[in-house]
Design a protein around this ligand. Sequence first.
Ligand code: PLP
Length: 409
Amino acid sequence: SCPRRMMGADFQRLRNDFPLLARPVRGQRLAYLDSAATTQKPLEVIEALRRYYLEDNANTHRGVHFLSDRATELYEAARERVRRFVNAARADEIVFVRGTTEAINLVAATFGRAFLRAGDEILLSAMEHHSNIVPWQIACEQAGAQLRVVPIDDDGEFRFDEFERLIGPRTRLVAVTHVSNALGTVTPLRRIVERAHAAGVPVLADGAQAIAHAAVDVQALGCDFYAFSGHKLYAPMGIGVLYGKSEWLAKLPPYQGGGHMIRDVTFARTEYDLPPRKYEAGTPNVEGAVGLAAALDYLERIGLAAIGAHERALLDYATARVAEIGGLRVIGTAREKGAILSFVVDGFTAGEVGSALDRHGVAARSGHHCALPAMRRFGIEGTARASFALYNDREDVDQLVAALRTLRR
Ligand code: PLP
């Protein structure tokens, strides 16, 4: 299908879909430039949550009573909605989790238990978020395995040559971000998957910063696991997705044990349900799944291609405008970037820059962005980071630049 072309003016109107953006902050217009941390929610997502609790709430057990069937249907419809969004081959390859962090912990814990042995290696990149480092570190400690790290260059590009050098007979899995939250780098995920698969090694991709900014097709990418969070995708907090190829979900052991994930339990042994339920112990987040489905409807009506183009134009505009600020240096200058502009300003800490922005109604993150190794790679403590979403416009960027101009020693 051909997405309807949206023009700049149409995007201008989309800001009105997000009630919170109308809220003044510190007496000024809000320039919300922290969507990489979490996105604001459109009214139709908020309404979907309200409707769920007004009309449909119950626990999910099929065949127990009317509302329970209804909640189960909504939950499973959301799973199918996600399947379509990422073009997974089957709905049972979609596991609902709390977010990216839980998705990666699920794979690290279960893969670690089943397949990691002493002397094995897990291959990461130097720009991973802590949530794609620490779970692997824990799994490696338990197995006596090791982390190996693919370096990045001065622009923040993934060093593919080093990756080819590091992948070897001890590599059990490659875990790599699709888009870096600290630098904005888009990694060559498809090439990484091809090279890893040639060596018989599965790939987990951290899609937290990619999923809301370009169409993601897990079959075209070929990755074995793909993790993302609803809250970075205009959906509620507390819901996220682990996509896992069915052959992997069939052979990994369960993550947590409990209700909803079993077929039979005796004190001697438990027979687990099939995936995805095998990985979804306990009462599910039906409300979150309903909100996620509503967010995906909203996004696809606008079109991911149009959103990507809009954000790229804003990033280019912002990159050009911040160059006017004396002593400002952009950290992360990869050829292909997501909707992220990280920078440092001579003579000011990231925290000082963030406070100056905040005083002018500009919401931006400052700090290490849960990517301390990437900060150390550039010899800095942290950066200020403006990140863009479909509801941002040039006025937000102009407000950012005006606030940066007030930085004076
Ligand atoms: N990975 C990346 C690249 C991120 O940007 C984030 C969130 O900042 C995460 C993982 C963790 O996501 P969550 O906190 O939603 O689990």
